[in-house]
Design a protein around this ligand. Structure first.
Ligand SMILES: [Zn+2]
Length: 297
């Protein structure tokens, strides 16, 4: 059975595995992301060369946008790869066909193929962590376009709010993230000197008022963004993933209540809001699905 080397390139680490069509993973690895682009390409080619058997190709999940036509990465927060041509460079270095996609789009595809198994047609996947991103499944696949699409993180949930890296104010990427959650805690009066969402959850569990208020505000912003996106196409499911989704019991009830109140009334009985089934390997499995199902050009 053919296998693909699926790599998930993050700002700190590259995760990878050799994956078959059924999603069975082997030779899993995690290495620090080289600081320079040439080092990154050499490391990826080295991963392919070091596998127990030769892969049929490589898929790369990128922490940013990607222009399929120009083979150009858009990752302003990661200057080492921004503007570079990963398909051409990696194909040359590894002598294998290469596909590249945005990491959240691939996570959406992984969730769709391996958890939903094609039982639905339209789905939205949203990752909540350091950033807020997402992927769209429409008519059973990722949307086909010249560039990666579905930048849900840049929907405005707080008009006139904090400035986002994209140049707009009040984006989900500023409010529905780890930093956004901690900012709500400070705005609610703070109190304890904490820096992690998990510490905030422990406080909320003990009934700390500012901690509970932070989760509530977070839920309201998230619900607003999800409703705006869902109102465009009535997805059958919205799946929440990423590190913050593991704290969903602190915000899901409020988020759900606000989300359904803001959703177009006719859609309310049609959309399900739930936590994603795949955890850390969603991007890697999505890369494999992308390669074998040929859902991208
Ligand atoms: Zn933005």
């Amino acid at each position: 059975m053919a296998k693909v080397l699926s790599v998930d390139i993050g700002g700190s680490y590259i995760k990878s595995a050799l994956v078959d069509e059924k999603g069975k993973m082997e030779a899993k690895s995690r290495i620090p992301t080289p600081k320079d682009y040439d080092g990154l390409i050499a490391a990826l080619a080295g991963l392919a060369a070091g596998l127990p058997e030769a892969p049929a190709g490589i898929t790369a999940a990128l922490p940013g946008g990607y222009d399929f036509e120009k083979d150009e990465i858009f990752a302003p927060n990661l200057p080492s790869i921004n503007g570079r041509h990963i398909r051409a460079d990696l194909e040359k270095a590894a002598s294998l066909p290469v596909m590249a996609e945005n990491d959240a789009n691939l996570a959406a595809l992984g969730e769709y193929v391996f958890i939903e198994q094609g039982g639905i047609r339209n789905m939205m996947f949203v990752t909540l962590g350091t950033g807020a991103g997402g992927g769209l499944i429409i008519n059973g696949g990722l949307p086909v376009s010249a560039v990666t699409s579905f930048e849900i993180g840049h929907i405005c949930v707080a008009p006139g709010g904090r400035l986002c890296g994209c140049g707009r104010k009040g984006c989900m990427d500023e409010y529905c993230t780890t930093a956004g959650l901690m900012a709500e805690y400070a705005a609610a009066g703070g109190g304890e000197n904490i820096s992690e969402p998990l510490e905030l959850a422990l406080l909320a569990e003990k009934g700390h008022k500012a901690a509970a208020a932070a989760f509530k505000s977070f839920a309201v912003y998230l619900a607003r963004g999800l409703a705006d996106a869902a109102n465009l196409f009535c997805p059958e499911k919205i799946k929440l993933g990423g590190g913050l989704s593991e704290l969903s019991r602190f915000f899901m009830a409020d988020c759900s209540e606000n989300f359904f109140a803001e959703l177009f009334p006719m859609y309310r009985s049609r959309v399900k809001l739930e936590i994603a089934g795949l955890k850390n390997d969603a991007g890697i499995l999505g890369g494999a699905a992308c390669f074998f199902k040929g859902l991208r050009p």
